[in-house]
Design a binder for this molecule. Structure first.
Ligand code: GCU
Length: 342
């Protein structure tokens, strides 16, 4: 991705310049251009869902809005895109919940390792507005609002040449983590050496042996080529971290009631389309990784990993006691939807 950085910088500079000269997003033929950035490929469920959002908004409000979706970090890294959304240089972007904890500590909750015991509990909790509402609104003062969540599966470790069967296998390995204090702490507790960096830099870092591995869902192996370099993918299941679609708060507030209703339906559509496409995308990625890239999938006992990270739950609740009721509500979903293994 770095090879394109000059071209990307030009796109970004043009977008920012247009925004500065014309106000948030710019105008084309009397229509406001709504720019949405994300860091996935055009095959990814997130891009497919945002393209449907584009069609939806233009079918309902096409005389007023022209939606443009920019994939593959074309508008910058996730961190940069969040800042562009904050200032209103772009209207929306998709950010991992991990990154958002540096904008509001409330988001720390969804980054906790082993917070959800099953995908069903995770989905039910994220669909519950009583759980997400207070967290999603908490960045309004920072200039942006979370409008829906997107599935990003389960995060697991993968390495160039070390099968990870227990936390002890991580010792001495440099593992890329997302740029968030929670992820760094998790890696420290598990015994590896945390190397935070942006998503777009991971492939080159793996290839040039700056890092020994990373952690992500299966799509990173295929869509981002990490499986060309990493041959062991270990289902330790440490996190289910949602991606979040965020929007510029001033823009959202400027919408009329009718327009806001259309946008809300669009956000719901993004969520539905993305999660419907997710399961098939993971199955296809796994198949390709195993059969074309030669990745070996491992299924270690997850308990020792979970035990190593367990202190993080009480630590977080002691630090942010306001999050306790939401944490407890998540435990109810965990009881309702136990893991298949338990
Ligand atoms: C996943 C997630 C992205 C995130 C990436 C990362 O792919 O969907 O939003 O940027 O992980 O590890 O940085």
């Amino acid at each position: 991705m770095k090879n394109f950085s000059k071209g990307l910088a030009c796109v970004l500079a043009a977008v920012v310049l247009t925004a500065v000269l014309t106000g948030c997003g710019g105008r084309a033929g009397g229509r406001t251009i709504i720019r949405i950035g994300h860091n996935q490929s055009t095959n990814h469920p997130t891009h497919i869902a945002l393209s449907e959002f584009e069609t939806w908004i233009e079918s309902k409000l096409g005389d007023k809005y022209d939606v443009e979706v920019f994939p593959s970090e074309l508008l910058g890294s996730q961190n940069e895109m969040v800042q562009l959304t904050q200032t209103g240089a772009i209207h929306f972007c998709v950010a991992s919940n991990s990154l958002l904890e540096t904008f509001s500590t409330n988001y720390t909750l969804f980054n906790l390792p082993y917070l959800f015991v099953s995908a069903e509990a995770y989905h039910a909790a994220m669909d519950d507005a009583a759980i997400t509402g207070p967290i999603f609104a908490s960045t309004k003062d920072a200039g942006f609002e979370a409008v829906t969540w997107l599935d990003a599966g389960t995060r697991n470790f993968y390495t160039v040449n070390t099968p990870i069967e227990t936390p002890a296998d991580l010792k001495g390995l440099k593992i890329r983590v997302q740029q968030s204090p929670t992820n760094v702490q998790m890696m420290q507790l598990l015994g590896g050496s945390a190397t935070p960096m942006g998503f777009g830099e991971v492939y080159t870092a793996l290839q040039s042996k700056i890092i020994d591995g990373a952690e992500n869902n299966e799509l990173a192996l295929t869509d981002n080529g990490h499986g060309d370099v990493c041959k062991y993918y270990s289902y330790d299941m440490h996190q289910m971290i949602p991606d979040i679609l965020i929007g510029n708060a001033a823009f959202l507030d400027s919408l009329s009631e009718e327009e806001r209703a259309v946008f809300e339906e669009g956000f719901e559509l993004v969520n539905q389309v993305q999660r419907e496409a997710w399961t098939d995308a993971v199955a296809a990625a796994k198949d390709r990784a195993a059969n074309e890239q030669g990745v070996q999938f491992l299924y270690p006992d997850t308990k020792p990993f979970q035990e190593a990270c367990a202190p993080m739950h009480e630590d977080m609740l002691a630090q942010y006691p306001d999050l306790r009721p939401i944490y407890d509500a998540i435990q109810q979903y965990n009881e309702q939807y136990p893991s298949a293994a338990s």
